[in-house]
Design a protein around this ligand. Structure first.
Ligand code: NAD
Ligand code: DAU
Length: 361
């Protein structure tokens, strides 16, 4: 990829998308057209440091707006589309699945149609270079028992939440566009991310902010569910590796080799807050832990077998969970303005919807 080759990123104002845009500009330095509809999860403040950087072009719009996407493609002639835009929170998909079908299934379909038309109109050389990279999740594989082998690229799909089903559906569409129309696609299936700019509806930022304020820490079920945590900048470097060297039509699993039980993640956060923001009034944060009603259909365990991306592309995560989570807690403590800004009325409304009925057990 040369310094001139632009890319179209969708969902680049969200958590992973904004980290991707920031690290892309730093590491690669070529222009990014960032298409984002700014749902509750999209936040332009994440990209404030690029306000005066002409390499970042922000476009407020929907991936399903075919006229807009066609215009952006013909105007900027990107060499790749990196597709992050999605509804991403499992609990929200349980409360209201409609938006997940609309964006994750129909939105991805629409974007594929736009990409296909654009690709068909390119000359041989730009056609050869073009990539459509679809960012997906390990949740499409379902749930593992404690001793099951980790998810590999050949694990059968078995999604259990409306979110996971909508992502599985989009993965199938992407695959079909490769086999049927020859669109040069790549798909990544990644484990749980954590890091800077994550919206505080997800486990780690929610627990950091509640701990800071001495609020209850709502742990679903028995707290023994396991996730494989990856620092978000490592996810971004994996995506760059797949874009650069991935084999067309292939899928790559991305993980942190950092399986942790939820309760262990939460106690780690409690201890870090006690150390970095001690409060006599709150005392030990572990006392704030409150076991609450479980998530329906709650997947027990996720784990990623990341041997393929390591062997084929030489990618490995750089961060360890312990140092990554410390950096993340420090970031939230140092960025209170960002926190105040995202905790708008819409956020409070979600907290009320999701936790009001989950009384402590
Ligand atoms: P996020 O919810 O933080 O951000 C999603 C972004 O997409 C937001 O900026 C939102 O405004 C935008 N968006 C939503 N609908 C849109 C539409 N119709 N048109 C244009 N923009 C739209 O999500 P995230 O956690 O950053 O996840 C990004 C992608 O990575 C998703 O596809 C998700 O499935 C996948 N993923 C996430 C994780 C994780 O741990 N967060 C792990 C693996 C894969
Ligand atoms: O595995 C990748 C997926 O990781 C991504 O595809 C999703 O977009 C992302 O949201 C994430 O899904 P999870 O459901 O695993 O993440 P979440 O942070 O919502 O929850 C992590 C675990 O913590 C899960 O077992 C549920 C539990 N949990 C979550 C919340 C919000 C709690 O115990 N209490 C909570 O309040």
């Amino acid at each position: 990829m040369s310094k001139k080759d632009s890319i179209l990123v969708t969902g680049g104002a969200g958590f992973i998308g904004s980290n991707f845009v920031l690290t892309w500009i730093k590491e690669i330095g070529s222009p990014v057209i960032n298409l984002d509809s700014l749902t509750y999860a999209g936040n332009r403040n994440n990209l404030q440091s690029l306000n005066d950087d002409s390499r970042h072009i922000f476009v407020h719009g929907d991936i399903a707006d075919e006229a807009l996407v066609a215009r952006l493609l013909s105007e900027h002639k990107p060499t790749a589309i990196v597709h992050f835009a999605a509804e991403s929170h499992v609990d929200r998909s349980i409360v209201g699945p409609d938006a997940f079908i609309k964006t994750n299934v129909f939105g991805t379909f629409s974007l594929l149609q736009s990409a296909r038309a654009y690709y068909a109109g390119l000359n041989a050389e730009p056609q050869k270079a073009f990539r459509f990279l679809h960012v997906s999740t390990d949740e499409v594989y379902g749930s593992l028992a404690p001793d099951d082998p980790a998810f590999s690229e050949t694990t059968p799909y078995a999604p259990n939440s409306p979110y996971a089903a909508s992502k599985a559906s989009s993965d199938h569409l992407v695959r079909a566009y490769f086999h049927t129309y020859g669109l040069p696609v790549l798909t990544t299936n990644c484990s749980n991310n954590y890091g800077f700019y994550q919206f505080p509806e997800k486990l780690i930022p929610l627990m950091i902010l509640n701990s800071l304020e001495g609020k209850p820490l709502p742990v679903y079920g028995d707290g023994q569910n396991v996730r494989d945590w990856l620092f978000v900048e490592d996810h971004c470097s994996a995506i760059r590796a797949v874009l650069d060297r991935g084999r067309l039509g292939e899928t790559y699993n991305i993980g942190g080799s950092s399986e942790r039980k939820n309760i262990d993640v939460v106690t780690t956060i409690c201890d870090l807050l006690d150390e970095l923001a001690p409060s006599e009034k709150i005392g030990s944060r572990r006392k704030l832990i409150s076991y609450v009603k479980d998530r329906p259909g709650h997947d027990r365990r996720y784990a990623i077998d990341a041997r393929k991306i390591k062997q084929e592309l030489g990618w490995e995560p750089a961060a360890q969970f312990e140092s990554g989570i410390r950096k993340t807690v420090e970031w939230y403590l140092a960025n209170q303005d960002w926190v105040e800004n995202v905790r708008s009325g819409a956020y409070q409304q979600w907290i009320e919807t999701n936790y009001a009925e989950r009384v402590a057990r």
